[in-house]
Design a protein around this ligand. Sequence first.
Ligand SMILES: [Zn+2]
Length: 389
Amino acid sequence: MKYKPASQSRQEGYNQALMTAPDFSFDLLARQGNARVGVFHTPHGPLQTPVFAPVGTQATVKSLTPRQVDELGASLVLANTYHLYLRPGDELVAQMGGLHRFMRWEKPILTDSGGFQVFSLAEMRKVDEDGVTFKSHIDGSTHRFTPEKSVLIQENLGADIIMAFDECAPPYERAYCELAMNRTHAWAERSLNAKKRPDQALFGIVQGGAFPDLRARSAGFISSLDFPGYAIGGLSVGETKEDMHRMLELVTPLLPESRPRYLMGVGSPEDLVNGVLRGIDIFDCVLPTRLARHQAAMTRTGRLNMMNAGFARDPNPIDASCGCYTCRNFSRAYIRHLIIAREMLAATLLSIHNLHTLVQLMADIREAIGAGTFEAFAAEFLRGYESRE
Ligand SMILES: [Zn+2]
């Protein structure tokens, strides 16, 4: 497939970007066990890792303004290729100056390949060796993604980090996992060949379900290709925690030490700590904002259901140890009142708190790794955390 720039001026823009593009180098600053602190250099500034990225599915982190997301200390936002391709369309986003300008987020952005969402459509898609044909969840119209098409859409959107097109299979279906892994490998090479923009980092994705031999094979193959970063896909999709940890322990040592590692779709506090312990640098998840819309607050000791009748006259903040805008200003009683009155502010205040909890957790993790105290920090954190999946 031949790449055709939509306009001469955009090609010129890419060439200009090449002159000033950072090299997407990754500086490792500190290490403790498998955990590391680093800086990944992007065209929209350096990213300190380990980092948690809030998800802005439709080019917006739900219920928050970009200024609020920025003030929370978030440094990387994820946007979804499948959704933005369907609405408003990647070409429209390009005409509006790209995703950063369109959504007014000046820091780094990551887009997924669209694969995960398409494969989640179940009855509405058909996969072959070349790509996948699917029906839009909005109007039922038929569309087709290939590795080349996914890269082209992501080039139009213009994120700093873009993802190779991959197939995520149910984690315990061996035959399907192997088939999807082989497709993912072929598609990774095609994604690399299709990429034209010099100012975007294309990450490869390791698949292989919950099968150690497939994971090892996939990590070996994907890391043999020269990607500036590597993702681990197909986890947190229904496998046990033990299997997720086992796969991470197996895969991360097989990935290049000098490149960032991204665990896709993972973001509960305990999963972040467990991921960093096993060598992960980048995480993303809808969890903090989704829980906020379902009346749940994340804390370092577990989740709180803010509908709880016990909070009706509770003057305390959600979390007395939290320094976020919500906890500095509002009581549990007020937040419960907003939820019951179906006020929009409930989701905003809970999103601020939940995102702050994860962003602050990552900052504390970076500090602990730098100080050489992360293993003790992690052990104490996991002992105090009540898991409620
Ligand atoms: Zn708070």
